[in-house]
Design a protein around this ligand. Structure first.
Ligand SMILES: Nc1ncnc2c1ncn2[C@@H]1O[C@H](COP(=O)(O)OP(=O)(O)OP(=O)(O)O)[C@@H](O)[C@H]1O
Length: 168
């Protein structure tokens, strides 16, 4: 089984994936992207543009129980998608601690407030789960992920609404 753990940068994907330990292998897509699975460089944002097609082919050939962590993981051939969310205020704080520029922080906070990744995930037609990490510790988010992996009706998408906070 392959599970995508996706979300806006700063929602806690890599922190939680590394804690998961539910018999799943964790693959950080950013490591693969940096190793050559990119199709260009976004000079303005200072980041690599993931080669989604080549990455998808690579993931297609992988076997076993895998958590694919990364902000394009929902575009991979997976069985289910877990979208981590964080309120604009919490996200801004987490990204500030990383020393990101205010412009880069605002771009990501606004994308989060507008549900950008959740919408892309839902468009795949796959099973989607949504976990609001705003008031949860990383351990609690990890527990939610393990619950999802084991099978639960909780964490259905649609309960999170950050639109009122968009410009915090
Ligand atoms: N549930 C949480 N509560 C508070 N802080 C958190 C939580 N999860 C992660 N963090 C903190 O937020 C920051 C971002 O976490 P992390 O690097 O895991 O995000 P990410 O979604 O993997 O980002 P990226 O896509 O850029 O790799 C880290 O400083 C981490 O310690």
């Amino acid at each position: 089984m392959k599970i995508a753990l996706t979300g806006t940068p700063g929602t806690g994907k890599s922190t939680v994936a590394d804690m998961a330990n539910a018999g799943f292998i964790v693959i950080h897509l950013n490591d693969l992207i940096k190793s050559g699975y990119y199709e260009g460089i976004d000079e303005e944002r200072g980041c690599l543009i993931a080669d989604v097609e080549r990455l998808s082919r690579l993931v297609e050939g992988m076997e076993g129980d895998i958590i694919l962590e990364g902000h394009v993981s929902h575009l991979m051939p997976v069985d289910a998608i877990v979208v981590l969310r964080a309120s604009p205020g919490a996200l801004r704080e987490r990204l500030r601690r990383r020393g990101w520029s205010e412009a880069k922080i605002s771009e990501n906070v606004e994308a989060e407030a507008l549900d950008a990744i959740l919408i892309e995930a839902l468009e795949t037609g796959k099973k989607v789960y949504e976990v609001d990490t705003t008031n949860l510790t990383p351990t609690q988010v990890r527990d939610a992920l393990v619950e999802i992996i084991r099978g639960t009706d909780k964490y259905a998408p649609g309960s999170v609404d950050f639109s009122e906070e968009a410009f915090l």
